[in-house]
Design a protein around this ligand. Sequence first.
Ligand SMILES: *[C@@H]1O[C@H](CO)[C@@H](O)[C@H](O)[C@H]1NC(C)=O
Ligand SMILES: *[C@@H]1O[C@H](CO)[C@@H](O)[C@H](O)[C@H]1NC(C)=O
Length: 337
Amino acid sequence: MNCAVILLLTSSCFTWSAAIYVPHRGAPKNLKYLLEPPVYAEVVGRRGDNVTLPCILRTKPSHYKVKWTKLEPQHIGPENIILISNSHSYKIYGHLGQRASLRKAHTMDVSLQLSQLQLEDGGAYRCELINGIEDENVIINLRIEGVVFPYQSKNGRYKFTYHEAKEACAKQDAKLATYSELYRAWTEGLDWCNAGWLHDGTVNYPIIRPRPVCGGELLPGIRSYGQKDKNYDRFDAFCFTSQTPGSVFYISESFSYDQASHACKRQGAELALVGQLYAAWRFKDYDQCDGGWLRDGSVRFPISNPREHCGGIPEPGVRSFGFPNKTAHLFGAYCYR
Ligand SMILES: *[C@@H]1O[C@H](CO)[C@@H](O)[C@H](O)[C@H]1NC(C)=O
Ligand SMILES: *[C@@H]1O[C@H](CO)[C@@H](O)[C@H](O)[C@H]1NC(C)=O
């Protein structure tokens, strides 16, 4: 690898992401009509949850509209309007509008309710008061609580273009992680020595224990190769998923891949996706010390209570046997229903 490894120090990473997602933090204007965002300018929810993004009027001008928009840091294009309201009624717009409504808990309440959160909903939302003369806005950040996992092609290391990486995550019930999702995963313990695509087209890897084979003895942090060619360069993927409506269970047998698949079907289930196994591990402390087939042909097992004879790694995690020969190797089955 002859790309320069750039170390982003912890503090500069944080400032950088904060600057993107909360552009007005630290330089509040004096607001006349809207209340400052409450103590929590960040709202957190998991996939499937309903959340409320708070926005409260301080004073009602005689004529006004309230406009809710989602800000897309990497996306330069038309405004992503969700909802526009006047003092009597509101109208919804776009795909987010389908799941949006105004809370209207009282006459000054213009908070936005979003139902059935999806993985892509995370990001900055703007509540804007428009009265023709002195427009004002506040910004609320919505964070989807989830888990980041590295994903490699069954053909080996560094096989995905950006577009293939995006598709690979989608096939595992996930999406490409954003930089801030990877950063948070790093703070929570993700240490991974292979570089992967992120949603913004940059390639990075998170290192907690610096070692010579993983970019040298630099400080811990997110190692970044910066922006790479989406059609030409090939890496692994960092995928992001959140809680699932169903659950994962294990069938203990010696199966080939096809036998495992049939065993799940007999239980009214299907072989689990990698994202579903990670979600069970992260949100339900799923712990099973046996390798089992997943639908992509990989064999993995989830460990919440690390112990000597279960992989021997001191940290919790989902361990992988890679993609064994589908006929010659015998494992159990992880099913999802
Ligand atoms: C979320 O909102 C939807 C639609 O408004 C509603 O049907 C559902 O019951 C709500 N779910 C929860 C967990 O409150
Ligand atoms: C898988 O194992 C079977 C039986 O041992 C063997 O015939 C086959 O060639 C193997 N397939 C691959 C792709 O290695």
